[in-house]
Design a binder for this molecule. Structure first.
Ligand code: NAG
Ligand code: NAG
Ligand code: NAG
Ligand code: NAG
Ligand code: NAG
Ligand code: NAG
Ligand code: NAG
Length: 495
């Protein structure tokens, strides 16, 4: 099947060459996705110009508005041809696929908006970036109190959306946003590249995301029946290294890779992430706002992830976890030059819980801490948090891991009077760096057990001894999100 896809694209390229913008022709190619569509259109049919200078916001919105009429008639797909497509934010629709050709680059228009904003200090409402309400589970924007700039690609209250391509690129052109953030001059919270709100059945795959102004992919408030697939959904035999490639300078602020937030049934698979913040950050709302909203993230699968993040974690749980995080299963993870492997971040006032966490098969090379738990992360939405709202952290399982060149094996800091319990660490070998800390484990306010762990863990995680070697839990049965079927879809229309 891969051959078919490649051939079709080669034919498509050789027929159209550089002329595709001027004279769209009918073409046909195949690609894998969880849903196929009956109707097709190309951005060029709606006045799109891929010259890197022309603003295509209206072309995108006109195309999607037009295609939304087919939502109940087999759905539709929008093809983005080779070219550089400067655009502001646009909204998706239901039963819809956005497909980016491998030589298509979506360029976020915030450069232009930022310059205008800096020069005139007008509200960004008048620019390409609408300001929307803060998330109810956060109570405020993360960069500034109040609203937030809408994401480049935004979806709300939808069902069945695919954002895919043949490794096309979405470029957030984040540098000016990062400068503005560092200068403390943001009036509203920075936009994300892709945000999916109140939606179900979403696939995001086979794309490269670069230089996001802030988080890259933010699925939030998906209900229990939601299936949210992120990353590669090819069948195992065809699996290649990377479903979603996410690249940002390692010093760029808050450029988290993928942030499942109050979502149920999410799969993140075959992703390669280099970023300035956590590669995957699992969240569920902030302090009293998150507690009141009360929507956890649960049934999350993270599989075959490669992460490079020198100043953050491979997988962070929190720090905004006030709606709760439960049943996270991570396996086959590679971390290179990353600050920590799995990190739990929480604080007094968060409430909520982080429980039933299972991680196995992690290789770590050059790390500051293999394991890190932080009970005093602080960082409150405002001063109205409830000091009696203590988070519950329990049943945390880590097994089958090797790490090399590690500064400190583990720093596990629970909360005084609210210990983190049920920690299990087994079959883990950590090779310390030449300049390692003298005491490899430091544990406070935690309890649990360990088995076959080198170097010897702290006394709060007593070793079960050679005659009683145990393997920490990892669920055997799969989750519904693992049973998603991928089919070959056909695009037949203008390109
Ligand atoms: C999307 O397609 C499904 C299946 O054909 C249909 O049941 C649903 O109503 C459609 N959604 C919308 C918003 O039209
Ligand atoms: C996109 O959706 C948001 C939220 O519903 C809305 O505020 C915005 O106006 C929409 N944009 C367009 C171009 O329709
Ligand atoms: C989207 O769904 C949420 C949650 O169900 C609901 O509160 C909101 O009103 C819906 N928004 C729209 C525009 O339908
Ligand atoms: C997609 O493109 C990126 C950036 O050029 C590259 O690093 C990555 O390997 C590509 N992924 C696939 C699956 O070809
Ligand atoms: C221990 O972990 C390694 C991976 O680091 C794995 O290959 C091995 O099978 C595990 N041993 C047991 C007994 O599970
Ligand atoms: C080990 O880690 C240090 C940083 O802590 C780094 O400078 C060094 O290059 C690493 N060594 C290897 C062999 O990766
Ligand atoms: C261990 O952690 C505690 C609590 O964070 C800290 O006060 C103490 O200095 C640490 N001990 C060592 C040896 O690093």
């Amino acid at each position: 099947m891969e051959v078919v896809v490649v051939l079709a694209l080669v034919v498509l390229l050789s027929i159209n060459g550089g002329e595709s913008r001027k004279a769209p022709v009918d073409e046909c190619f195949e690609y894998p996705a969880m849903s196929c569509r009956a109707h097709s259109a190309s951005l060029t049919e709606f006045g799109g110009v891929g010259d890197g200078n022309t603003l295509n916001t209206k072309a995108f919105q006109a195309a999607i508005d037009h295609l939304s009429q087919y939502a109940s008639d087999g759905g539709s797909q929008l093809f983005v041809p080779p070219g550089k497509w400067l655009t502001g934010s646009f909204n998706l629709t239901s039963n819809f696929t956005l497909y980016l050709h491998q030589d298509a680059v979506l360029l976020a228009s915030q450069m232009r908006s930022q310059i205008r904003y800096l020069a005139t200090n007008i509200d960004m409402d008048e620019s390409e970036w609408t300001v929307i309400e803060p998330l109810p589970s956060y109570g405020r924007g993360r960069d500034a109190a109040g609203g937030r700039f809408i994401s480049l690609i935004f979806a709300t209250n939808l069902t069945d959306v695919v954002i895919t391509g043949n490794n096309g690129t979405i470029d957030g052109q984040g540098a000016l946003w990062w400068d503005k953030f560092h200068a403390g001059k943001l009036k509203y919270t920075r936009p994300y590249l892709i945000e999916i709100m109140y939606s179900e059945n979403v696939e995001i795959s086979h794309l490269t995301l670069v230089n996001s102004p802030s988080w890259n992919v933010h699925p939030v408030y998906s209900s229990a029946i939601v299936i949210l697939l992120i990353g590669q959904v090819y069948d195992e035999a065809r699996s290649s290294t990377s479903g979603l490639t996410i690249l940002a300078p390692v010093t760029s602020p808050n450029t988290d890779g993928i942030n499942p937030d109050s979502c149920t049934n999410t799969r993140i698979q075959d992703c390669y992430i280099v970023s300035g913040d956590d590669c995957v950050a699992v969240k569920s709302g902030w302090d009293e706002y998150g507690i009141a909203y009360g929507m956890p993230t649960k049934q999350l699968v993270i599989r075959r992830l490669t992460c490079i993040s020198p100043f953050s974690a491979v997988i962070a749980l929190g720090s905004e976890m006030s709606g709760g995080i439960q049943d996270v299963r991570a396996e086959d993870i590679l971390a290179i030059n990353t600050e920590s492997g799995v990190r739990i971040k929480t604080a007094v006032g968060r409430g909520g819980f982080v429980k039933d966490i299972y991680v196995k098969g992690m290789t770590m090379k050059t790390m500051k801490w293999a394991f890190w738990m932080t009970g005093d992360y602080g960082s409150h939405a405002d001063n109205n948090y409830d000091p009696n709202a203590l988070p519950v952290i329990q049943n945390i399982n880590y097994r089958d891991m090797v790490a090399e060149n590690v500064t400190m094996a583990a720093r596990l800091e629970g909360i005084s009077g609210d210990p983190f319990t049920g920690i299990c660490i087994s079959n883990v070998t950590i090779e310390l760096a030449k300049k390692a800390k003298k005491v490899p484990w430091n544990c406070t306010d935690v309890s649990g057990i360990s088995s076959a762990v080198v170097p010897q863990p702290c006394a709060l995680l007593p070793d079960q001894g050679p005659e009683k070697v145990i393997a920490c839990n990892f669920p055997e049965e799969s989750l519904p999100v693992d049973n998603m079927q991928v089919q070959m879809c056909t695009y037949k229309g203008k390109v």
